[in-house]
Structure formats: C-alpha cells, structure tokens
Write a protein that binds this ligand. Structure first.
Ligand code: FRU
Length: 457
C-alpha cells in the first residue's frame, strides 16, 4: 500500500509520516528520479530505519511509494542505514548498511546489497563485504561509483580503532565481490571521531570529497552545529583521494543541514540533496511538527559546481516552474506582507552596500555588514526560546540573495550560490510581514517575489 503523501509542504521531499533523515540511493533510472530516504514510519524518533521511496519526473512533484527496504532480516534488523544506488546492466543496485545490535547493545555493521529490475521492488542479497582490521564497527553509508578505469569503488564512512574518523574504499569488478583497499586519504587528517556519509563529486577540473564528520569542536563562527558537513578538494583516482591541502570547508552555513548525497542526472548535472537536518535531541523532540506526526525534510535539489576553489550550489532550474504571481519591489526601504505558505524572494543589491537588513515574519533576521563582509542569519531556538545566529564571511560584497521558504523552512542562496544557509523556523501563523532596508551611498534594493505552487492535485 502506498503511503498517503504529507501535504505540510509544497515542494520539498518530506516523510509521509514519522521521521526522515538522510537522502539515500539518489539516481535517475528508467526515466524517473528516485529519491530514497532514511525513514521511521512508526514514530518521530530514530528507533526504526527503513528506506522510504519517492519518485519524480521533474524534481518538483513527487510520488511516494512503499518502503523500498525494511529492517526485517538478520543482517539489518536494527536498521537499513544509509547508502547509494547505481545502475548496472539495466538493473538498479542499492548498497546500504545493515545495522545490527546484540542484546548487550553491541553494534555490527554489514554492507548489504539489494537489486531491482524495475526500480520499485527490491530483492535483498545480504552482506557483500568483510569487515577490515583496524576499524571499529562504526563503518557505514556505502557510496558506490564507477571509476574512470571501469572498476567499481565503494567508499564508506569509518572510525579507526584509535577512535578517529576516516573513509575507506573497497573495489569490485562486478558489484558482487569486493576487495578492501584501505583509507582513501593520501594524508592522514585528524578531524573528529567518525565520518558519516562520504561522497565524491567529479566536477569540472576538480574532485570534491564531501563528508559529515562528528566530533568537531566549534572554532569561532565555524562548526557551531551538533555535527557538520563539509568538503575537501583534490583528485579521486584508483580508490585514493589526493587532497590538495585546502582546509575542511562547511558546505552549508545554516542551522539544519547534514548528510547530503549527490548523483549525476541524465543531463550530466551533479545534483545534491541534504537532510534538514540533524539537531540536538532536545530540539528534535520539541519540533512543533512532532504533534502532527512527522519531523524533518530534505533540502531542495541543488545543482553543484565549483568556482574560485569553492563548491557552489543553486536550486535546480526546474523549481522555476513553481512560480506564480510575480511581484516586484524596489527602493531602500521595502515592506510587504506574504500571504503564502511557499514563497520565493529574489533580491539584487545595487550601489555601495554598507549594511543590508531583512526581517522575515518577525522571526528570521538576515543582516550583512560590509565592514568585515559578514553575513548573519538569526532565528529563535524553539526549544530554549533564545535567539541564535550562524554567519559567514563573504569573499566579496553582497550582490544577491535568493530565498526559498515554506511555512517552517528556509534556504538562502547568496551571491549565486557561493554560500548557502538552510534552516527550520517557527513563526506566528498570522505574522507574514517582510521588511528590508539598505544603507550606503547610491545603494538600492531590487526584489522579485513569487508564490510557489506545484500544481499537483
Ligand atoms: C547520518 C546517519 C548515517 C546512518 C544513518 C542512520 O545521519 O547517522 O551515518 O547511516 O544516519 O539513520
């Protein structure tokens, strides 16, 4: 039986009910985008993990299906954890981690395979790798890809026996038998106690190694969330990542963004979805949507590329088909009401911007200060009621902001995707005011807004 879709949001992938976390198995297969996700259909906690399944022909509207993988076998009885998809000889191969806990609470991780001929029903084939020496049972989230040499590589988030994070690789000729190769890192880098959800993006001129390390201490404005997602640049070849030495950079500067995955679609675009997002359990339990029986959603699909040694992310162009009721505003001081639950606001800034301020529904404050080039986002923490901020130093001046919001979610793309902030927020339902103000000689704001609607029944 297909689950009933959850209508709380217009264009994000969200759980029909229960809890959603990581995006899994992203692939364009036999004419459809398949978006799988970590899913607890039984409640809003993390006690059960299935692979939920949605498909789309346009990355804008989604159809939800029965869970693709259920945690019912000896090798995955405590969770079908995250993983990836690859097509081979017309079949769809899903690789995932079977999480097993003994009665004493001891963990065993199995890297498992399930195969499908139609992308809808999956046959589990069980574990395909052997656990290597030197690593704890915190080994998970297989991302499988085909190298330029024709060999298949599986990379896995891992923890060394000395309790430091790492990513390891296995190789295979046929996707069925796998040989352990060791750490992918050319240089041993100490960064937290566990690396989750590794991914390699092959972009023009650069390879990007994206992963989600746990256990980083905050460093000023950086690493202020409970767990972080970021990347190294370099070159991935023959199962090894030759890191160019540039420090670990956060991929999203907001409050809720974690465990992203990418895939290359039929147009050759590299598209990323993330989870919005991981948070301390007291915040997760206090999420107002828990009362409605669901929690969390995926980020927008974002097309990624590199520019100036950075990862750049923009919403996929298909999202423009959501646009209705265009409105335009200009001036140095702008105020209006948004009667919509799903909304897009594009802002261009002109002249010499000294400061820019935006107040959204009396809840989210966005501020840019040219001195120090700081871009700051402030919201209320719904568990503590305290105001909190995340911020970043821009490379240059603030030129543009593109905001996508739903009733409780916002994604902010700055300077054509050079920086992104993703966050959840909870504003008063009837407070729908937006105001913007700019300071600086000859400065001005040009804004365009749209109501977003998918047109689905
Ligand atoms: C990341 C993660 C993965 C794991 C999954 C379990 O959020 O912890 O490492 O496979 O979630 O749901």
């Amino acid at each position: 039986m297909k689950p009933e879709p959850n209508r709380s949001m217009e264009y994000h992938v969200l759980p029909p009910k229960g809890l959603l976390n990581d995006p899994n198995g992203l692939i364009y297969y036999k004419g459809l985008y398949h978006v799988f996700f970590q899913w607890n259909p039984h409640g809003t906690d993390h006690s059960f993990k299935y692979w939920g399944h949605a498909t789309s022909s346009d990355l804008v509207t989604y159809e939800y299906h029965e869970a693709a993988l259920q945690p019912v076998d000896w090798f995955d009885k405590n969770g079908c954890y995250s993983g990836s998809a690859i097509e081979h000889d017309g079949k769809l191969y899903l690789f995932y981690t079977g999480n097993v806990k003994s009665e004493e609470g001891e963990r065993t991780s199995y890297q498992c395979l399930a195969v499908s001929e139609d992308g809808m029903s999956f046959k589990k084939l069980g574990p395909v790798t052997r656990h290597p020496e030197g690593y704890t049972q915190h080994m998970r989230d297989p991302k499988v890809m085909r190298g330029e040499d024709g060999v298949f590589y599986m990379i896995l988030g891992a923890q060394r026996d000395d309790l430091t994070g790492d990513t390891v690789a296995y190789r295979s000729e046929d996707l069925l038998s796998w040989e352990f190769m060791g750490s992918i890192m050319s240089v041993r880098e100490k960064l937290g106690y566990m690396w989750e959800c590794p991914d390699i993006l092959k972009l023009k001129g650069k390879d990007v190694f994206v992963f989600s390390p746990q256990g980083l201490e905050p460093e000023g404005y950086r690493f202020n969330n409970i767990f972080q997602t970021g990347y190294y640049m370099g070159c991935f070849q023959g199962g090894r990542f030759h890191w160019d030495g540039q420090p670990f950079e956060e991929l999203d500067r907001g409050f809720e963004f974690y465990a992203p995955q990418t895939f290359v679609d039929e147009k050759g675009r590299t598209i990323l979805f993330g989870w919005m997002g991981t948070m301390p359990s007291e915040m997760e339990n206090a999420m107002p949507t828990v009362k409605e029986g669901w929690v969390h959603h995926l980020s927008l699909p974002r097309e990624v590329s590199t520019a100036g040694g950075k990862l750049v992310q923009v919403p996929v162009e298909e999202l423009r088909s959501l646009r209705h009721e265009k409105k335009e505003y200009s001036g140095r001081n702008i105020g209006f009401e948004i009667p919509h639950r799903a909304y897009e606001l594009g802002i261009r800034l002109e002249g010499n911007v000294e400061t820019f301020d935006l107040l959204y529904r009396n809840e989210i404050k966005i501020r840019f200060e040219a001195v120090g080039r700081r871009f700051i986002v402030e919201r209320t923490n719904w568990a503590t009621s305290l105001r909190e901020t995340r911020s970043v130093t821009l490379d240059g001046n603030l030129k543009s902001i593109e905001i996508y919001t739903e009733e409780t979610s916002m994604e902010i793309f700055i300077n054509s995707g050079e920086e992104v902030f993703s966050l959840r927020y909870f504003a008063k339902e009837d407070d729908r005011k937006v105001s913007m103000e700019i300071e600086g000689a000859g400065s001005g704001i040009e804004a365009v807004s749209y109501r977003l609607e998918s047109g689905r029944e």
